[in-house]
Design a protein around this ligand. Sequence first.
Ligand SMILES: CC(C)(COP(=O)(O)OP(=O)(O)OC[C@H]1O[C@@H](n2cnc3c(N)ncnc32)[C@H](O)[C@@H]1OP(=O)(O)O)[C@@H](O)C(=O)NCCC(=O)NCCS
Length: 194
Amino acid sequence: MTKTLPTDQLTLPLQMPAGRATPPPDGRTCIISSEVGPEDKQALLGLFARSSPETRRDRFHHALSVFPQFYLDEIASGKQLAVAARDTCHEESYGKVLGLASAASAATSIAEFAVWVEDAWQGRGVGTLLTRAILRLLAKQHISTVIGIMEPGNFAIRRLVNRIAPDATTRSQDGMIIVSVPLTDLAAELDARS
Ligand SMILES: CC(C)(COP(=O)(O)OP(=O)(O)OC[C@H]1O[C@@H](n2cnc3c(N)ncnc32)[C@H](O)[C@@H]1OP(=O)(O)O)[C@@H](O)C(=O)NCCC(=O)NCCS
């Protein structure tokens, strides 16, 4: 397999899951955020297949049994901005997609984002890595506000957003929580961490 993954490697303290090969000796992460292209469709279907009904419901707001084709086409073709988290260390799973963040234009200067990590990799910093990466890309595209739609009981994503963007505000709408992240001040901090 050709070991050329796209750029934007980020670092974070990462514990490797039990049973996997050891992390790199320099302590750097095995996980990077990288671009998504048409060749990733199968990998994205795999990510969906490995995600539990709860994770699918929290991401798509329904416990879907198939990956929505329209969404798959949009992220694979680049119509929606997307970044994938991939394993870069292990031969058997090299390039495997472990999570995905994407964003679609919602209005002038406003985008809606979503993030999703397969169950086996949750709680290891992958969601934080992806969220920072997609917010950074959106800031570069001069998006000023990013919104996210969250299930009221989804405290994992609410804590994650509060940690990354303490200035974010939330409101309730139609039984969901809408978080609004102002990017103007956050952009420099996200760049400093990359
Ligand atoms: C919400 C979601 C994206 C979070 O992803 P994640 O990879 O689990 O997020 P992180 O690991 O970055 O952060 C989660 C927790 O792990 C902790 N963590 C981060 N790195 C860690 C590490 N190296 N070791 C141990 N814990 C770690 C974080 O501090 C955080 O703790 P907290 O929730 O108590 O604040 C994930 O749970 C998910 O995919 N859920 C289903 C889909 C969904 O809800 N999407 C949101 C709709 S927009």
